[in-house]
Design a protein around this ligand. Structure first.
Ligand code: SAH
Ligand code: SF4
Ligand code: F3S
Length: 458
């Protein structure tokens, strides 16, 4: 009988994309996707460990799977990803029912490890400490054919004091330029209209490949020129490495979307220095202003951490000020979570009390939602180009799609929802902090052309 798998993904886009590869590998191995863990022969958890609640989620989910496995002893449980890389043998020590554990550097080995576990009847664990080269292309199962993640870089060479990513994803390795462009050409040939370039610090793309800089700006232009690609997105750029050339490429390459996710982390120079972020609040705001001046109708989103060790009321006030000045379209706000092995986790004597952090978090949410709402309200009345994703989760007669600024828009349609990947013109009629409402003006095949705006000096 054909074996069925379920993959549960935690964490960031890198993991989402790794899960597409894992699905591709399992399918190449003859398996098919199951809808539910109850009728799966394999449940694979692709884990994250960026914050402590990510750890808790894994162990909570494993608790549930163990009870499913008790009813269905033939089921295999596998754990991969960043938390597996960090916790290694601890996972099987805590949950002996786990059949296979693999890390971030050997995703391609998952199917073999599972076969080995089944053949020997014993649990297997394989964690490698690093990759010597960019992993070769693996089969990929994509949920949505019109949009695709494209890895341009793995690992991270920065040392932000709060962050565990460098220790679980290894050193920074850029994928060869031609290989990236080649993958995008292949995707476009198969009908993909939107790509998102992935890396922990995309602005430093290529610094291990060539001394010729800046390669990321060139890559954006090259990918944007691939026939059939209408939207290019990328995540994440590091503010310290955001170069004028990248801003120019965003402004000039018609396919590159008007959206910049620029993680601030803190608005206090003291905190930014303690975090080793490599920029000041003023420098951040200067670069943001340059990007806004050059790129017409730019949406800006960010990540902010509240309660980094030693954060005073005054430091936090700076964060509120910078967040208000940056006028974000949306922000992912996080409560600082100590990660074992990171520099900040050692600063125990400077941890901020939980109730102080909670109060700051609420205040920051108010500031961020205020600007999000204002920026969304300003869009009312405009006609936006939307790529349809499918029916809205709440109302099957309402379509959901994304604008070039990556905003979610819900709009009612008469009859069938347009196919995922269709382009529509939608007039914005209403707004909330996290989405827009609209009405369909018409389906379109019209490519969008940007006017060229001269680059401001950064
Ligand atoms: N490479 C990206 C960040 C990846 S992690 C960058 O530098 O922009 C995504 C976000 O998680 C970070 O931007 C940060 O805001 C948050 N984060 C990382 N470690 C954290 C921790 N220990 N506690 C709370 N939030 C954290
Ligand atoms: Fe973590 Fe900093 Fe690297 Fe981002 S740039 S992954 S926050 S160490
Ligand atoms: Fe999490 Fe790993 Fe991404 S720790 S945020 S899944 S790189």
């Amino acid at each position: 009988m054909t074996r069925k798998y379920v993959i549960r993904t935690f964490g960031c886009q890198m993991n989402v994309h790794d899960s597409e590869r894992l699905a591709g590998l399992l399918e190449a191995d003859g398996m098919v996707a199951a809808d539910d863990v109850e009728d799966a022969d394999l449940v694979l958890l692709n884990t994250c460990c960026i914050r402590e609640n990510a750890d808790n989620k894994l162990y909570g989910t494993l608790g549930h799977l163990v009870s499913v496995k008790a009813r269905n002893p033939g089921m295999q449980i596998a754990v991969g990803g960043c938390l597996a890389q960090k916790d290694r043998d601890l996972i099987q020590a805590r949950v002996p029912q786990v059949d296979a554990v693999f890390g971030t550097h050997n995703v391609g080995r998952a199917a073999e490890l599972l076969r080995e576990a089944a053949a020997t009847g014993t649990a297997v664990m394989e964690i490698l400490d690093e990759e010597d080269a960019f992993p070769s292309a693996l089969p990929v199962h994509r949920e949505l054919p019109y949009t695709a993640w494209v890895t341009i870089q793995i690992g991270c060479d920065n040392s932000c004091a709060f962050c565990i990513v460098p220790s679980v994803r290894g050193k920074e390795i850029s994928r060869p330029f031609d290989e990236v462009v080649g993958e995008v050409q292949g995707l476009a040939g198969a009908g993909t209209v939107e790509v998102t370039l992935l890396g922990q610090n995309v602005n430093s793309y290529g610094r291990d490949l060539t001394h010729r800089r800046p390669l990321f700006a060139e890559l954006l232009r090259a990918v944007g020129e691939v026939d059939g690609i209408r939207r290019v997105r990328f995540t994440s750029p590091h503010p310290k490495d955001l170069r004028p050339e990248t801003i120019a490429a965003m402004a000039e390459a018609p396919a590159v979307c008007e959206h910049l996710h620029l993680p601030l982390q803190s608005g206090s120079d003291r905190t930014l220095a303690a975090m080793h972020r490599g920029y000041t609040a003023a420098r951040y705001l200067e670069r943001l202003a340059a990007a806004r001046a050059a790129i017409d109708d730019l949406a800006v989103t960010t990540d902010i951490i509240v309660g980094f060790p030693g954060e005073t009321d005054d430091d936090f006030e700076r964060t509120l000020e910078v967040a208000a000045e940056a006028a974000y379209d949306s922000a992912y706000t996080f409560v600082y979570s100590p990660r074992p092995g990171t520099e900040a986790a050692e600063m125990v004597d400077r941890f901020v009390p939980a109730e102080v952090v909670a109060e700051r978090f609420e205040r920051l949410t108010v500031v961020v939602e205020r600007s999000a709402l204002a920026r969304h309200q300003a869009r009312i009345g405009r006609v936006e180009e939307v790529v349809v994703e499918g029916p809205s989760k709440k109302h099957p007669a309402v379509a959901t799609g994304r604008t070039r600024q990556n905003k979610l828009v819900h709009f009612p349609v008469d009859g069938a929802i347009p196919a995922a990947g269709s382009f529509a013109d939608v007039r914005v009629t209403g707004s909330a902090a996290h989405f827009l409402r609209g009405e369909l003006v018409g389906l379109t095949a019209r490519p969008r052309h940007k006017t060229r705006i001269p680059l401001a000096v950064v």
